[in-house]
Design a binder for this molecule. Structure first.
Ligand SMILES: OC[C@H]1O[C@H](O[C@H]2O[C@H](CO)[C@@H](O)[C@H](O)[C@H]2O)[C@H](O)[C@@H](O)[C@@H]1O
Length: 591
């Protein structure tokens, strides 16, 4: 037995403990994320330190991600010494921009040096699914999307494995598909839709290699980082790894991979339950749900100047808190959105971000699905006892989601805010994620959610379903529509046993495919996000230029073309060209 007298607490830890207790009392026992804030990683060049700060705050490059993706030409110690020498002769330690530029040119190489030329070895012409697409234009376009895997494939040079200290890229043993543009590395949740697309393209080896890379990352970190860069080392993204394994297993029946993956998937699940869960008491009952919460109290290295500028004028503590919430927002994959603003979407700004105080519907839907999958995987390998454990976990989560997130009056699920203990009533496609995860107990809930969606105003836009109904200037808000959200919504509706829901699923698939196709014809490119209004344009807003390529967009388009290819048309005449959506939003805002 451990006695209090045996517990030794350092003075710093004691202060932390008292502050944590006070904080917890203040916020209805929400475990505070901080006290121990960490850096984004322990690299003094890529994650913390004076070089990073001066390069980013001087805005040496248009995009902060450029610098942190550069390769070192010399050992980190040598580079740090050289920089110290520079600062020692610079007034106030601040290096003149021209000198700083020369220094960077001397000690770093441009981004993108980590890869060798590579074409996926399992790529071949004419995968079967193409023949299911009736519309000739769409079929030919799908063939071009299939071609794009070749330009998005990457294989890491062995030097990255052998001299990791020179790179911010994290070595992974198998080649992979990147999103594209500035996103030159693996991204966690993007890869789910990429892998689904690869499987349709009959590229099982590449898909398997990507899953093995993620298993390797969980072995190394205990979770999957946001992306395969050192500066992403302390945050994850929506946990889709078990779903990737499900897709691959369904396509191949590869039981060996399933057996090898299972303990690693359980380890990842443990990470989420130990580090990102929260107990909310209601009438003597404990509801355990998850949230995004990253204990990093520093600017994101790849967006350093944006974060530091936003924090200007705040106290040191408030700055740390803000950085933690920004990192948590990035972990959600919705970086950034008025969805995470605490004062409510209408009045607030990014400074009011409070991601860790919000229990998100979609994260809990994903984890509900993960629990169901872990149970099924255990059953598939003959371990009934472990399967039962995950069945129970799923039941518990389902109950907690229905207690806290389900709103019987509005007939949909909503994010839950702490400490107020209130649901956040704004529309987001993520509110319907339980339909996609099949994580609800009664059919009438799905029917009510369908009615809610129809009346929300979100279906009035010609090019897709918007991320929210608030135009905040952030990229995860109106007027942008994102491929993963379209896909989850369409799949959720098509899961329902109601013809109206099935029809709507097809209608939304048709709108999305038309948008992707029209924009492709204009720009000869696929984009990470699209504008829901007008005559077909890529999305915008947020902290970087819209990117093209693009991994998950191609994956979602291929999935929809596969599923609805017998009916989809490249030039449907079904939508009015003038959107009723913006009219609706303006009206609601004016009321
Ligand atoms: O550099 C800013 C942020 O960029 C990434 O986020 C966006 O792109 C990702 C790749 O497509 C996508 O997964 C994410 O949902 C997008 O918001 C990155 O993931 C962020 O961590 C980063 O701060």
């Amino acid at each position: 037995m451990l006695l209090w007298s045996e517990v030794r607490v350092s003075p710093m830890a004691a202060v932390c403990l008292v502050m944590a207790l006070l904080w917890s009392c203040l916020f209805l026992f929400i475990p505070a994320v901080g006290c121990d804030f960490y850096g984004s990683c322990d690299s003094e060049i890529y994650c913390t330190g004076e070089i990073l700060k001066q390069v980013q705050m001087t805005r040496l490059f248009d995009d902060d991600k450029h610098f942190v993706d550069m390769k070192l030409q010399k050992d980190p110690g040598e580079v740090l010494d050289a920089f110290r020498n520079l600062t020692s002769v610079s007034p106030g330690g601040s290096v003149h921009p021209a000198v700083l530029r020369d220094f960077i040119m001397e000690y770093f190489e441009p981004p993108g040096q980590e890869f060798e030329p590579w074409t996926p070895t399992d790529w071949h012409d004419g995968p079967q699914f193409l023949s299911k697409i009736a519309d000739a234009e769409l079929r030919s376009w799908a063939g071009k999307l299939h071609q794009l895997w070749k330009s998005l494939g990457r294989k890491i040079r062995l030097d990255v494995r052998d001299r990791p200290e020179l790179y911010s890229l994290i070595y992974t043993p198998h080649p992979f598909i990147v999103p594209g543009g500035r996103f030159r590395e693996i991204y966690y949740w993007d890869s789910y839709w990429v892998i689904n697309g690869l499987l349709l393209s009959e590229m099982q080896d590449t898909a398997k290699g990507m899953i093995q890379n993620f298993l390797y990352l969980v072995d190394r970190y205990g979770f999957v980082p946001n992306g395969s860069r050192r500066y992403y080392e302390r945050r994850s993204q929506p946990p889709f790894l078990a779903l990737m394994v499900e897709s691959y297993y369904q396509a191949t029946g590869d039981e060996e991979l399933l057996r090898n993956a299972l303990p690693v998937l359980e380890r990842e699940y443990e990470f989420w339950m130990s580090n990102r869960s929260l107990d909310v008491a209601t009438e003597g009952h404990l509801n355990i749900l998850n949230r995004y919460a990253v204990p990093v109290g520093q600017p994101r290295p790849e967006s350093y100047s944006d974060d530091a500028d936003l924090a200007k004028g705040l106290s040191a503590d408030a700055q740390q808190q803000l950085y933690m919430e920004l990192n948590s927002g990035a972990e959600s994959g919705w970086d950034f959105s008025s969805r995470w603003y605490l004062a409510g979407p209408g009045q607030a700004s990014l400074r009011d971000i409070g991601t860790s105080r919000i229990i998100p519907v979609d994260l809990n839907s994903v984890l509900c699905r993960v629990e169901g999958l872990l149970a099924n995987f255990h059953r598939a390998v003959g371990d009934g006892a472990s399967a039962g454990k995950y069945d129970k976990a799923r039941e518990r989560r389902l109950g907690a989601m229905e207690t806290l997130l389900w709103d019987p009056q509005r007939g949909c699920w909503f994010d839950y805010e702490l400490p107020s203990g209130t649901r956040r009533p704004a529309f987001y496609p993520s509110g319907l994620a339980p339909l996609w995860a099949r994580c609800y107990s009664r059919p009438d809930m799905a029917e009510a959610a369908l009615r809610y969606l129809e009346e929300s105003g979100a279906l009035l836009f010609p090019n897709g379903v918007p991320t929210s109904l608030v135009d905040s200037g952030q990229q995860w808000d109106l007027p942008n529509a994102w491929p993963p959200l379209q896909h989850m919504l369409i799949e959720g509706l098509s899961n329902m046993n109601i013809s109206k829901a099935q029809d709507l699923a097809f209608d939304l698939a048709q709108r999305w495919i038309k948008t992707n196709w029209v924009v492709y014809k204009k720009y000869d490119a696929m984009f990470e996000k699209y504008n829901i209004d007008g005559d077909g344009q890529p999305g915008g807003g947020g902290e970087y230029e819209v990117q093209l390529g693009f991994g998950w967009t191609n994956g979602v388009a291929l999935q929809l073309l596969d599923r609805y290819g017998d009916r989809l048309s490249g030039s449907p005449s079904l939508r009015p060209s003038i959107s009723l959506g913006l009219f609706f939003v303006t009206l609601v805002m004016a009321m």
